[in-house]
Write a protein of this length. Structure first.
Lengths: 268, 575
């Protein structure tokens, strides 16, 4: 730990020094990223059911102990329209499938389509759950501080941070815009075609508002020495112990091994 | 050592004409230079040029000389500008980095960018938080602050860089009176303690009267006139240039126009600081002569009529658990003119969002003409209650000004000539008829705000709700808003406005509802709400009475919330 990092522990208030506690939440953000990378790759590279099932099992077990299952559930719910469409497309339109479950006029849902669709959905869930678990167990500023500490550029870190923070703020802004247009009589509760007519009045202020703010935001950042040369001082130094390092190396070696075995054709 | 602009002419890239045509000014360390002028007279551009951000960051073409401490701004690298000049705009939301978890870290964002040692960063953070008086906000999430609190955090964030000059573009426009007083106090302290030079653009000339040493008046991109603050702010030409004079100056002018002498007890109105003297030292005010108060203007509502709108023991909590309204009971009759005042975060905007069903009470009910609106769609209620939001950029979407205005009435089913007539009338009311074919985003903020007002006016709802309608308006814009309220009142419409502008409230509304911490704590005519007996309650709600009320109380004239009531009371006393 450098002098600057030691000094930061001394004078900082408790709410900045406070480290996330609890299972998995206390793990270093970069370690969690490395584990998520292994899980994402394994979910897609390991053929058949073992890949997605093992990854999903590991992620769900971790989330359960870290008490983040509810968050994963909400994300799964949000993904349900995509899941539904993947299943429907595969059940009815999987090329080469010839084992019909039933005949529905010109349509013939197939067992192999259903099987393949379920497997694809499992991979998708495993992939999203692995990434979502990092988001649900890591404060964005801890992640950024850790990445900057490892050499990520200030601008790149800012872009990542601003993009992540932008999601809830854009949702908030969209809520205000919906309110403003409803107050002018726009029907957001009526029939579909009426609601469809509201897309431009709702979307345009989000875009225009963001554009008009860009210049002001840029100057506000420059007025706070954002482009100053040299290394940025960090006030948050995420914990990075021996266990974290071991876990990271294990994850990276695991990732290389999975990819290597896949290339060598040893995974079936 | 100074910021010096000499023969400055500046044109934005792609603009047809220059935004600044002839600017000469000088700002020395430790001095406060106020800048006033009508909207779109070049004030913001002046800020950017003086700080080196134009053309440095925004591009464009600069002619003449713009120097900071003898160095041409063109030759200062962008990253070094922050060490010379701190820049702050009016919108707190765009000033913060959006990447920090606490106010403490947000204020430290700049010093951290400079790569200072951690103890130095910490020392600067606490110093800046103390200078602005917001140490208690340090652990809070910057994304969860009110507009006023956010602006104070933005100011502290700029101060933490310890620039030699501060350039502030309407930093108090969205703040309540208490927030404004806090910022003004902080600026005065900063100027005195750090020796920083401050260039302060403000519509609130009362603020400049208190802290500015000199004032520059801009008109059409050039300096119309400049000089010591007291002399410039007392100059009658100011009003012609679209600038509202400080309240004491305006009051003295009206007193003299009525053929009366300006009371010696009130001192010289144009002296810097005198505008606030009575406000900040209300304990010295003479005992009230409430018994001699002139009768309040009668309310135009008939108390026996069915109320237009009624809130019955309404409480509301946001999903995150914040309790915004607490057992609010309010009855507003047809044709009433009601102002809702209170500090930032007192629950005013939450309350008015209940009036058209955008928010539904957690407890209690809202009645419109005696009917519970719980089951009514907002789209249907929009025909009865028109609500103009505070931020116009949350609603403008059309490619033309006229289309934007037509959106509301067309949603209500209006078409053809009737719709066109409403659009024309609404644009006339706010003075935007010549811009009917312009793109709304080609207008400046103040005119976009008038446009959003026009878009609600065109719906001709019996109840008109305005959220901070005068924010960011110059004297002409504020006069437009006053005229809109007066016209609506003449038509018998109910007007409800949320405002921090006490002079606007006192002069345009017949009933004042004071809110604090989600509750109604005072409800009465301006005479009552701004009368001396209510000052303790106003102070508790972080509000201040209008200057006319303070001056009237000081002279023992009774309740005089408006200039006209003050002049009338003074005339009566003079015999």
């Amino acid at each position: 730990m450098s002098f600057r990092e030691v000094a930061s522990e001394a004078g900082l208030p408790e709410y900045v020094r406070r480290r996330p506690g609890g299972f998995y939440r206390s793990v270093n953000p970069s370690t969690k990223l490395a584990i998520a990378a292994l899980e994402v790759v394994a979910a897609f590279v390991v053929p058949g059911w073992p890949g997605p099932v093992l990854v999903l099992g590991a992620v769900l077990a971790t989330a359960a102990v870290a008490r983040r299952l509810r968050g994963l559930g909400i994300i799964a719910l949000a993904a349900s329209p995509i899941v539904g469409s993947i299943l429907l497309i595969n059940i009815f339109l999987l090329p080469g499938a010839s084992d019909p479950i039933a005949r529905l006029g010109p349509l013939a849902p197939t067992w192999s389509g259903l099987w393949f669709g379920l497997q694809t959905v499992a991979r998708l869930f495993a992939f999203s759950a692995a990434i979502a678990l990092v988001y649900l167990t890591t404060a964005v500023d801890d992640l950024l501080a850790d990445l900057v500490r490892r050499g990520l550029g200030r601008r790149a870190a800012f872009v990542v941070g601003a993009a992540v923070q932008m999601v809830p703020r854009t949702i908030e802004r969209a809520g205000e815009i919906v309110d403003a247009q409803r107050a002018r009589g726009m029907d957001t509760e009526g029939r579909f075609w009426r609601r469809a007519r509201g897309v431009v009045p709702l979307a345009a202020p989000v875009v225009f508002g963001a554009l008009t703010e860009v210049e002001e935001r840029t100057m506000a950042l420059e007025a706070r020495a954002f482009s100053a040369p040299g290394r940025q001082t960090l006030l948050r130094i995420p914990v990075d112990g021996a266990l974290d390092r071991d876990l990271r190396w294990t994850a990276l070696l695991g990732l290389v091994a999975v990819v290597g075995l896949r290339i060598a054709g040893r995974l079936g | 050592m100074a910021i010096e602009l000499s023969g400055v002419r500046y044109r934005y890239a792609g603009a047809a004409k220059p935004a600044l045509t002839s600017i000469d000014l000088r700002l020395e360390p430790g001095r406060v230079l106020g800048v006033v002028g009508a909207n779109e007279s070049g004030k913001t551009t002046l800020c950017l040029v003086a700080g080196g951000f134009a053309p440095g960051v925004v591009g464009g073409r600069l002619e003449g000389s713009a120097r900071i401490d003898g160095v041409e701004t063109r030759s200062i690298p962008t990253h070094a500008l922050a060490l010379h000049c701190g820049l702050l705009f009016q919108n707190a939301a765009t000033q913060l980095s959006n990447t920090t978890a606490t106010v403490f870290e947000e204020v430290g964002f700049g010093p951290c960018n400079l790569g200072l040692a951690v103890p130095d960063v910490i020392e600067r953070i606490w110093w800046a938080l103390r200078a602005v008086g917001i140490e208690d906000l340090a652990p809070r999430d910057p994304a969860r602050l009110s507009g006023g609190q956010g602006q104070l955090v933005a100011l502290a964030s700029v101060l933490a860089l310890r620039p030699r000059y501060l350039i502030l573009d309407e930093p108090t426009s969205e703040l309540d009176p208490a927030g404004t007083a806090l910022v003004v106090g902080a600026l005065a302290r900063v100027a005195e303690e750090t020796g920083a030079g401050i260039l302060l653009v403000e519509h609130k000339t009362d603020v400049l009267a208190r802290i500015a040493d000199e004032v520059v008046v801009l008109g059409d991109g050039s300096v119309s006139f400049a000089g010591p603050a007291a002399a410039v702010l007392a100059d009658p030409v100011l009003a012609q240039l679209g600038v509202e004079p400080p309240a004491p100056v305006a009051l003295e002018r009206d007193v003299r126009a009525a053929g009366l002498d300006w009371p010696v007890e009130l001192g010289g109105s144009a002296r810097p600081g005198s505008a606030q003297a009575g406000l900040s030292d209300s304990s010295s005010v003479a005992p009230s002569a409430m018994s001699s108060s002139e009768p309040s203007a009668p309310s135009s509502s008939d108390p026996s009529a069915t109320p237009s709108i009624e809130l019955e023991r309404v409480s509301f909590s946001y999903p995150d658990g914040t309790r915004a309204l607490e057992n609010v009971g309010l009855r507003i009759g047809p044709g009433e003119l009601v102002a809702i005042v209170g500090q930032n975060g007192a629950g005013k905007s939450t309350l008015v969002r209940h009036l058209n069903g955008l928010l539904r009470p957690t407890a209690g009910r809202v009645l419109l003409d005696g009917r519970d609106i719980r089951s009514m769609h907002v789209a249907r209620l929009a025909g009865r209650v028109g609500l103009a939001f505070q931020n116009p950029d949350r609603q403008l979407f059309a490619g033309r000004v006229s289309s934007e205005v037509a959106f509301g009435p067309s949603n209500l089913g209006l078409r053809g000539a009737g719709l066109d007539e409403r659009v024309r009338a609404a644009l006339d009311a706010v003075g935007l008829r010549p811009e009917a074919d312009s793109n709304p985003y080609d207008l400046g903020y103040s005119r976009r705000k008038l446009l959003s007002l026009a878009s609600v006016l065109a719906m001709r709802t019996p109840i008109l709700v305005l959220d901070e309608p005068t924010t960011g308006q110059d004297a002409r814009g504020a006069a437009r808003v006053r005229a809109v309220v007066a016209a609506a009142a003449e038509q018998g419409r109910t007007v409800i406005a949320v405002s921090h502008d006490m002079r606007f409230v006192a002069e345009c509304f017949r009933r004042v509802v004071v809110m604090r911490a989600g509750q109604v704590v005072l409800d009465g005519t301006p005479d009552v709400a701004f009368g001396e007996a209510s000052w303790r309650e106003l102070r508790a709600a972080y509000l201040e009475p209008p200057f006319a009320a303070v001056a009237g109380a000081r002279l023992g004239l009774g309740a005089t919330p408006t200039t006209s009531s003050f002049v009338a009371a003074l005339a009566r006393r003079a015999g």
